[in-house]
Design a protein around this ligand. Structure first.
Ligand SMILES: Cc1cc2nc3c(=O)[nH]c(=O)nc-3n(C[C@H](O)[C@H](O)[C@H](O)COP(=O)(O)OP(=O)(O)OC[C@H]3O[C@@H](n4cnc5c(N)ncnc54)[C@H](O)[C@@H]3O)c2cc1C
Length: 312
């Protein structure tokens, strides 16, 4: 039996734009939310220097600065944040149980905002250039590479889309893929292949990134069939080999699509009543800070209305 006075109205899991926005709204709705910020307090934007596409910052803002401001704003209205990782949840009974570093917390409603990790290549020299010369988001970072040569790594629709989008800025886009079979749809492939600024190079993979004190300068590519290597010059690189939603701690208790993204059943509610989800952990399409924040707002309003309805 759980002592009723220890049960929180809402626990928010994850502290990216979705989590902090859900925190702001639930705090302002007097729900006294508790947030577990997780292993990466502040989320993915802690990895990037300049955000130019979040409304309200005409001069742009550094990712970590923006996330600190979102946190400060939500805390001002009473969001309680613990910089700890959720190990597991039990959604089989209500109130829900959330285990954090061995301690169990209970809540009537949960909002899951754990995001999706970009899959990186892990090639030598990558860590140093992450969020600088090497990115996983052309929409976010493409505009930093005006009239420069960039490469895109990948063979699916995202890689084609990123390459085509980058032609707006870059003087040349080289798309490399380790095979000559592309997962991309024919129409997306044809559009990229027909673009005069895009060169598609099959049977190429990144062995190592090259850089100097100013940033990325190129990559050593190899042919996986022969092991032969060559150097390519580029000041930007976009890795488009997929994302992995962070849901392992849920242990299959919420329905997902085949790639593991959480599914909404009604508005932002998941397959378990009282559990809501927002941001990149459900978003296979937009994956932007502003869309994550927007969904965090929706999840907070849905949670608030659902909690209200429980008292009727
Ligand atoms: C390098 C880079 C640059 C980008 N630039 C831009 C940009 O310029 N503009 C833009 O709009 N978007 C940009 N994006 C995309 C943007 O960062 C994401 O769309 C956004 O952060 C998604 O927000 P989110 O709240 O869904 O999740 P995230 O920001 O991914 O946050 C997930 C949170 O969940 C937490 N978490 C995970 N597991 C657990 C757990 N078990 N327990 C507790 N917490 C947990 C993590 O600690 C983290 O706080 C960029 C992304 C990257 C990687």
């Amino acid at each position: 039996m759980v002592a009723p006075d220890t049960v929180r109205n809402v626990i928010i899991i994850g502290s990216g734009p979705a989590g902090y926005t859900a925190g702001l709204y639930t705090a302002r709705a007097m729900l006294e939310p508790l947030m577990f910020a997780g292993y990466m307090s502040g989320g993915q934007l802690m990895l990037t220097s300049d955000i130019e596409n979040f409304p309200g910052y005409p001069q742009g803002i550094g990712g970590p600065d923006m996330m600190l401001q979102l946190r400060e704003q939500a805390e001002r209205f009473g969001l309680e944040v613990q910089d700890k990782n959720v190990e597991s949840v039990d959604l089989s009974t209500r109130p829900f149980a959330v285990t954090v570093e061995g301690e169990v917390f209970h809540a009537h409603a949960l909002i899951v905002c754990t995001g999706a990790e970009s899959i990186w290549l892990g090639a030598e020299g990558e860590a140093e250039q992450k969020g600088r010369g090497i990115s996983t988001c052309a929409t976010c970072d493409g505009a930093f590479f005006r009239d420069e040569e960039v490469i895109v790594v990948g063979g699916g629709d995202s890689a084609m889309e990123e390459a085509t989008f980058l032609t707006r800025f870059a003087s040349k886009v080289t798309l490399i893929h380790r095979r000559d079979v592309f997962r991309a749809s024919q129409v997306m492939y044809d559009r990229a292949a027909a673009h005069p600024k895009i060169e598609i190079r099959p049977f190429r993979q990144v062995e190592r990134w090259l850089s100097d004190e100013k940033g990325l300068t190129g990559a050593v590519l190899s042919d996986p069939r022969t092991g032969e290597t060559e150097e390519i010059a580029c000041t930007g690189a976009f890795i488009a080999i997929g994302h992995k939603p962070i849901t392992a701690f849920l242990d299959g208790q919420l329905k997902t699509d085949e790639e593991g993204y959480l599914l909404h059943s009604q508005h932002t509610m998941t397959s378990v009543e009282g559990v809501f989800a927002a941001g990149d952990v459900v978003d296979t399409r937009y994956r932007q800070a502003i869309t994550a924040a927007g969904m965090g707002c929706q999840a907070a309003i849905d949670a608030e209305r659902w909690l209200e309805a429980q008292h009727d």
